[in-house]
Design a protein around this ligand. Structure first.
Ligand code: ZN
Length: 289
């Protein structure tokens, strides 16, 4: 069985660096995660033919009170993203790839001109977001920054997305990538039960080193890379991973009830991960040189 798995793994090519020397299987199941020892990133195999069915309408902002709560939380999370942008830019044009309902755009539009883009199958309601395959998008516009807020991991070939971003940037322009870190401690603890593998929606599984490699290959120079204390992802992520590994099935509303008694211990664990430079979420900023 082991040999068969190894032979099978050898037949599969990494979407980023086609000719990768070794590929290891990381997680088993209907969809598998392979890790490329060439570019040090993971990828999902197989890629489902109809990706759209894995993105229900409520994936972006659900209806009713849940949608309201999610939108408020999203608005709060934009604060750190605004800080990162404003550290480098005081005005200009930003492209938000995977903009969702445009919450980030809404918080930035006073100071910046922001264009949002979503894939064609996206079920968002915001008419101002362009729905098109990013890789096929033809535009004469040039941007001061391209941002991938938790979106690059949804792409099959992140290398190509970074190259496209590079071409759309002005000289000296910046790319911001916020992403789940495949090789963080929490991922190692939960293994294939780690919530942020999010199969098969996450097609790419990035590591800090791996992201450094593919951004450099796209022509960027890394200027910052650090852990993000992103409780809106890590608290529910930890609880969901815990349920996954214990095989307990709870409706999503009960996850909220579970979150109340576990809030303080999980917060402590996430703080520890952050201090140890093992946060499940990371940010990388790179410049077009
Ligand atoms: Zn690779």
């Amino acid at each position: 069985m082991q040999n068969w798995t190894e032979n099978f793994a050898r037949m599969i090519k990494c979407p980023n660096c086609q000719d990768s020397p070794t590929i290891e299987l990381k997680a088993d199941g209907k969809f598998q995660v392979f890790f490329c020892t060439g570019c040090l990133n993971g990828f999902t195999y197989p890629v489902p033919a109809g990706l759209a069915k894995y993105y229900p309408g409520g994936y972006w902002i659900p209806q009713g009170w849940k949608g309201f709560v999610k939108e408020q939380v999203y608005k709060l999370t934009q604060k750190r993203r605004q800080r990162w942008i404003k550290k480098y830019l005081s005005s200009g044009k930003i492209l938000d790839v995977g903009a969702g309902e445009g919450v980030f755009i809404e918080t930035m539009k006073k100071q910046f001109s922001v264009v949002g883009i979503e894939p064609p199958f996206s079920k968002i309601k915001n008419q101002h977001i362009i729905k098109i395959d990013f890789l096929k998008w033809q535009t004469k516009q040039k941007f001061d920054a391209v941002v991938f807020w938790e979106s690059l991991e949804h792409t099959r070939v992140p290398q190509k997305y970074l190259e496209k971003a590079y071409n759309l940037l002005k000289k000296g322009g910046l790319v911001f990538i916020e992403y789940p870190v495949l090789d963080c401690l929490e991922s190692k603890i939960f293994g294939r039960f780690w919530y942020h593998l999010d199969l098969p929606r996450h097609l790419a599984h990035l590591t800090e080193k791996g992201l450094g490699i593919i951004t450099a290959k796209a022509g960027f120079k890394k200027i910052d890379s650090k852990d993000v204390f992103a409780l809106e992802y890590t608290l529910p992520g930890f609880l969901a991973s815990l349920l996954n590994i214990s095989k307990v099935k709870l409706p999503k509303t009960n996850l909220l009830l579970l979150a109340v008694p576990l809030f303080i211990p999980v917060l402590a664990v996430e703080l520890l991960f952050y201090v140890l430079h093992q946060a499940p979420i990371g940010i990388m900023i790179a410049r077009k040189v």
